[in-house]
Design a protein around this ligand. Sequence first.
Ligand code: C2E
Ligand code: MG
Ligand code: MG
Length: 680
Amino acid sequence: MRDYFSVTLIFQSISAVLIGWLLLHFARLYQRTYLFYWSISFFCLTIYLITVYISNQFTTYNLDPSSPLRLINLFMLSLAGYLQIAFLMTGTITMVRGATISKKAFIRILIVCMLIAASVTLFKNWTEASSASNLRYLVRVGLRYLIAGIACIGTAIYILRNDSNPLLGKKLVTIGFFVYGFEMAFLGWLTLENYLFGESAVLMILAPYHGLFELLLYPIIATSLIVWLLEVERMRRQQSFEKLQNLNQTDGLTGLPSQSALHKHLQTWQQVAQPEDRLTLTLLGIDQMQRFNDAEGIKKGDEIIITLAKRLEFLCIGGFRFFGRLYGDVFVIISSGFGDEQLKKAKKIRHSFSRALKIKNNTYYLETSAGSTEVKPDMDIEITLHQASQALQLAKQSGGKQHQLYQPGLRLSLNTDLIFENELRAAFKREQFEIYYQPIWSSENTIACFEALIRWNHPKKGLLTPNAFLTLVQELGLMIELDYWVCQQAIKQIRSWQFINPTSAKVSVNFSAETVQNGHLVQFIENCLTTEKVHAENLTLEVTENTAMHNIESGQSTLTELKKLGVQVAIDDFGTGYSSLNYLKAFPSDVIKFDRSFVSDRKNQQINIEILKSLVPLCHRLDKKVVIEGIENKAQFETMQTLGINAFQGYYLSYPITAREAQKLLIMSKRSKNFKKRAH
Ligand code: C2E
Ligand code: MG
Ligand code: MG
């Protein structure tokens, strides 16, 4: 009989160690904590079985029951037996809950198991009488059976309670736990019965088969655990794949459909479209987004993109068959059909897209450009996108704030850009820039001031006006350099003109948003004024209303400081933005320059005059001077003169002229006090 027990124990140990090793292998492979727990559980079982075997050997060789060797072995046996159950349960609970147990809980389990093991060992040592053998058997073996049985049944119920429709592996594990639990609990109960009511016949019959039974059950439980693991891993992989696919279709930053969703949409359409079907694909891009990022930082840039995405969603939902984000600041919209109606819709979206953005407490004014192209069912998607992108580039390079439709010849004109870009970079070094001065006439017919306007003496193309190159200057990040240069030249000019005509030696300089927001502007201007010994009042700083400031708040402080210095501040192109009156309130300004559209827009002439009639007195009440730009003929000039405007600018009065010509004009105007004439 003893031999039979020993052989079973050896096989049980081999089986347990193999299963432990297998689980450890999977634990390493999948890096799952619960597998480690399970694997430790089977290693503990191995130790338990080996110690049981040793214990049997001790009995066979009649070793003194209270010898330290036997006691240590008993302690190890009990400890391993309880740890096996503890780790098996911990692993299962960890897997079901999806969270590992805390270190504190782990230590507690260990301490409890050690205490039980110590109690069992001490108990055996104290009750060495043969009368107590049934009690000792109960404490040493039966108690473990009972606890293990209850724990296994409890674990099985816990697994089922957390999942009403378990996977096959999980079902098998639950059944395994139930069977193992019942068998152990039953044996435990029989051991108790054996102690309470004397020798149990059933225990005598069943006990020899327990080892064999466990030998069969371990591989079944282990296989079930592995089936469960594989099923869970397969499900996880499936879920991550779906997530990945979803992620691929959705833009991470904005949550809008992504570039890959766009491709999918176009591919699906091409598969079902008739040869005569068409789509209009439009790209929307923010003018000078790069500049914005440089000035405000990538984080703020992202906030802008997210806010614009929400706006796009609001504008496009229901009205377009697709909208999403292509990359960076470029959004895409697609409408069914291709023609005037679709292009009108695209233009409208571009317009609405450009409205002021309020993010937290900041207001940003960003203009948008758009490029559209026709999509045919047989066209290559990459080519279509490239065409739309070229149209968008053209819109941006033509000054932004506009919509362009792709035309077949576009590619050629874009190819010349690189050369132009290099020429522009060289222009800075070769000093090809020149400042022209356009006089601004006061209502008393004297020269109130000159506006400094940049020109580029292009070696091949001749004299270029800012519209032809300023956008590129901005894109190349050279705007601040250019503005500083113009400002310095203008202050030098004021100095030389002061001796000729001190009252009219005033210059107004245009500044871009990034120059104003560049922290060094005030210091720079102050230094220039001091070096040239020019009074600050003779210099006016012009910021356009439309692109005046991306971020009103940071611009405000610079303008306030400049005003403190004595520099005049003018709001240029007033009346073209979306919140002109806001600007009037928000910016510390001395001069309001009404945009030339108030003069040139024939269709709304009467309305414009009415607006001026109410706004000019308003500006005066706010202690601001009013200038009107773009007077091109006598009739316009006469009308404007009736509105109480302080100063006038326009081709009718004078074109922008060179510094030399301006000097001549100053000399002449000094000679004749009531001088006024067109300078061309
Ligand atoms: P702006 O500041 O509004 O300057 C007035 C523009 O209107 C000038 O164009 C001027 O030549 C033009 N203009 C003047 N009178 C009339 C008229 O009667 N009819 C018409 N149709 N146009 C008239 P320009 O020189 O091409 O400058 C365009 C814009 O470029 C300027 O508009 C200004 O915003 C910007 N700019 C010019 N120079 C600089 C500069 O040095 N720095 C910066 N940042 N911007 C500049
Ligand atoms: Mg101006
Ligand atoms: Mg203007």
